[in-house]
Design a protein around this ligand. Structure first.
Ligand code: HSE
Length: 432
């Protein structure tokens, strides 16, 4: 028998407990012995979570987990940086294996945790930290081990995807959609993490370390969220055949690694563009596999609990077989490769200029774009209001980010341009 202690009886904690209790028999059959939920610690053990927890399991004293010599695996599901980090380090010090869903902590301070675990000879499972129910960590560490990873494109924040879907399909206002996502338990305690791309960047940081063997590089991720996306741009994108998604992108290009999170226009017919609501999807391009795609629920109590329990089962098996560390937590040696600066990233762009509707305006704008090596793929002008500002939508061919920003700065200073230009990066094959 392997004993588990959970710290944090919130959304994921209760989902995990539910699975451990409800699917105890299935787990026993599959791993060959019992995985026992021995303790759950939380400051609030009174609130009804809709599960019947056996007598004596709940406690408000976290030390009952750390000091229990019979607990083999400590599951941290409280979130946040502190005291979660101290609790994890304490568990490791006490030679307990750790499972966590804490992407923010791993992405920003994970090195300390992984180093401590390596030294203590214990495992750290973090399947639930990225894309909830989708077993993408196992895919990256084991399933795709034979591949050099060419690129990863991920929709890995359920809240943002839920909001964008509501805005696209039902014209729901941004804040109303966010409130719904919060009520459904998808959003982070601080929802700016979701809508400003930070949560996506945390998860991308973890994926990129596994894909490219680079140190956890959260501070090098370029991050832009969805809070400035309007239904107007979503509907222009749609007219042009695209959907707007908050994408996490990492790829190896020109001997450097790209790490970026931003709203992205994707051709509607792409499978990943069809991923809606709170669902997540991760597209991984391996040099041997070619395109692969993983899809599922990226947030929520029981779906995320499923990932937590899979880590518990893995570690429990390793304990039984005396095979701790069989699959390394993260790469043992990091590659020395640079992260590409966003200025050097090459992309296609959607621009929405607010330009006066009068002759010669387009040529002024396109002249500046041309000066910065940005060539136009298509243009649409919406509406006709002579002498007034109208949206002028332009799709560009590939251009360098730095050139794009300088061009926009210059264009926005034109007297015929009335507001700040909106731009969205465009991914996917260019039509010929
Ligand atoms: N807030 C996260 C999301 C939860 O919306 O995807 C899962 O990590």
């Amino acid at each position: 028998m392997v004993n588990v202690g959970i710290i944090g009886f919130g959304i994921v904690g209760s989902g995990t407990a539910k699975i451990l209790l409800k699917n105890k028999d299935v787990l026993r059959e599959r791993v060959g012995f019992e995985i026992n939920l021995r303790r759950i610690a939380d400051l609030d053990i009174k609130r009804d979570r809709g599960i019947k927890i056996p007598e004596g399991v709940l406690t408000t004293d976290v030390n009952m987990i750390f000091n229990d010599p019979d607990i083999h695996i400590v599951v941290e599901l409280m979130g946040g940086i502190r005291p979660a980090k101290d609790f994890i380090l304490k568990a490791i010090q006490n030679r307990k294996h750790v499972v966590t869903a804490n992407k923010a902590l791993l992405a920003t301070e994970g090195t300390d945790i992984f180093d401590a675990a390596r030294e203590a000879g214990v495992e750290v499972g973090f399947e639930a930290s990225v894309a909830g129910a989708i077993p993408i960590i196992k895919v990256m560490k084991e399933g795709l081990i034979a591949n050099r990873i060419k690129a990863i494109y991920g929709i890995i924040n359920g809240t943002s995807n839920y909001i964008l879907t509501k805005m696209t399909d039902h014209n729901v206002e941004f804040l109303d959609a966010l409130k719904e996502a919060q009520a459904l338990g998808y959003a982070e305690a601080d929802p700016t993490f979701d809508i400003e791309g930070i949560d996506t960047a945390h998860k991308l940081t973890i994926l990129a370390t596994l894909a490219y063997g680079i140190p956890l590089s959260f501070n090098s991720v370029y991050i832009e969220g969805i809070s400035k996306i309007s239904t107007q741009d979503i509907s222009f994108a749609s007219e042009l055949g695209y959907k707007v998604k908050l994408l996490a992108i990492t790829k190896e290009a020109d001997g450097e690694i790209e790490l970026r999170v931003h709203p992205t226009m994707l051709p509607k017919e792409y499978l990943i563009a069809k991923v809606d609501g709170p669902f997540n999807a991760i597209y991984v391009d391996g040099d041997a596999t070619g395109s692969t795609l993983y899809y599922g629920r990226g947030a929520g109590s029981v779906p995320t609990g499923s990932a937590v329990v899979s880590d518990i089962a893995d570690i429990a098996r390793n304990i039984q077989k005396n095979a701790i560390g069989r699959v390394p937590t993260i790469p043992r040696i990091f590659r020395d490769i640079r992260i590409k600066k966003i200025d050097d990233v090459v992309s296609r762009y959607y621009f929405r200029f607010s330009a006066l509707d009068k002759p010669g305006v387009l040529s002024k704008i396109s002249g500046i774009l041309g000066n910065y090596n940005i060539s136009i793929a298509s243009v649409i002008q919406k509406g006709r209001r002579l002498g007034e500002a109208v949206p002028l939508v332009v799709l560009s061919h590939e251009a360098k980010e730095k050139d794009m920003r300088q061009a926009i700065e210059e264009i926005d200073r034109l007297p015929v341009v009335m507001g700040k230009t909106v731009f969205i990066r465009v991914e996917g094959k260019e039509e010929s």
